[in-house]
Design a protein. Structure first.
Length: 342
């Protein structure tokens, strides 16, 4: 089954081709091609994503990217057996672009169309790595819009263990970067600045580290950064960035390992844009290894939004069910726990 996947939930347009073969364990081999356009340059001028501009840019990019992916995979549109698109969550206008293009193509080709949960795509993306995890596992979904711990028993079998009570980790990175006068996107810029600083020269809080169960909170940490940067004994910006990053990593590592212990599982999956942060990977791998927990990460290109994860998740669902129609809709807000197995 050859599936064309379209991702357009926010500020990246992604298209990919995934070929699903029943019984094949090497999921990575099914990824034939992917093409991606990032809108970072366009939104940088405004210091953040402008939804209307994002939607208009998706319209311009999606079909040329689809043609590029087909050419790279040496396939034709007539060979496509199904189409997957990001149905939510995300920006409503941006989601509508992917939904309308996917539905129109599916109707024209007379092939099934399936809407994919954006976070399910992220959650399953580590299966595309050279060393994929086995079900069940604990997943740390950590991105600009979400910070959640999930118990994953199989496709569509997700149980929420903990989540952020306010800002997501990636959102905290971006807002803190803005406080420190860094550019957009803030997360990578702050991580780069932190590499030249020394954590511990000031002390920032580790929210809910000693309590709160498996839930997170990062808004107070952002406030502490604001106060530290404006205090009479103002610290070097690089030291503030390093301490901030260390505080976030401390919390993410502790909560992720606690979730594994509470679930009695020794496999942890990290997914989402913040999962590309090198300090998080170093600290989490070291701490998990010391306790016998195996950590799986997607490759860096699959941490951010992309079409490959949508094509893959859509292929798994289409292969397990005959579901798929042309009555498209989008879900800007969509609870991952509401998904069911196909």
């Amino acid at each position: 089954m050859l599936v064309l996947g379209i991702e357009s939930s926010c500020d990246e347009t992604g298209v990919a081709l995934y070929e699903h073969v029943t019984g094949r364990r090497d999921y990575r081999a099914g990824l034939l091609a992917q093409a991606l356009h990032s809108q970072i340059g366009m939104h940088a001028e405004y210091g953040g994503v402008v939804p209307e501009l994002a939607s208009r840019d998706h319209i311009r990019r999606v079909l040329p990217l689809a043609r590029q992916a087909l050419a790279d995979a040496a396939r034709t549109l007539g060979q496509v057996d199904g189409i997957a698109f990001t149905q939510g969550p995300g920006l409503a206008g941006a989601l509508l672009v992917g939904a309308s293009v996917a539905t129109a193509l599916g109707f024209a080709l007379r092939v099934p169309v399936v809407g994919v949960h954006h976070l399910e795509g992220h959650l399953l993306s580590p299966l595309l790595a050279d060393d994929p995890p086995d079900f069940p596992f604990v997943a740390l979904l950590v991105s600009g819009g979400h910070t959640q711990l999930m118990r994953v028993s199989g496709l569509g079998e997700y149980a929420l263990l903990g989540e952020t009570m306010d800002d997501a980790a990636g959102e905290a990175f971006d807002k803190t970067a803005q406080l420190l006068g860094l550019g957009y996107p803030g997360g990578p810029a702050l991580a780069a600045l932190a590499a030249g600083g020394e954590p511990g020269r000031l002390r920032l809080p580790r929210p809910l580290l000693g309590g709160g169960g498996l839930d997170f909170s990062f808004s107070g940490l952002k406030t502490a950064v604001s106060l530290a940067s404006r205090s009479e004994a103002a610290h070097a910006t690089a030291d503030i960035a390093a301490e901030f990053q260390e505080a976030v990593v401390d919390v993410l590592v502790a909560k992720a390992l606690a979730a594994c212990a509470a679930s009695d599982l020794d496999t942890l999956v990290v997914a989402g844009g913040v999962g590309a942060n090198q300090r998080l990977r170093e600290r989490l791998s070291a701490a998990a290894g010391a306790t016998g927990i195996r950590v799986h990460y997607p490759e860096a290109a699959l941490c951010t939004d992309n079409g490959a994860m949508i094509a893959f998740a859509g292929a798994l669902r289409l292969a397990s069910s005959s579901a798929g129609d042309y009555g498209f809709s989008v879900r800007p807000r969509w609870d991952l726990e509401s998904l069911t197995a196909p």
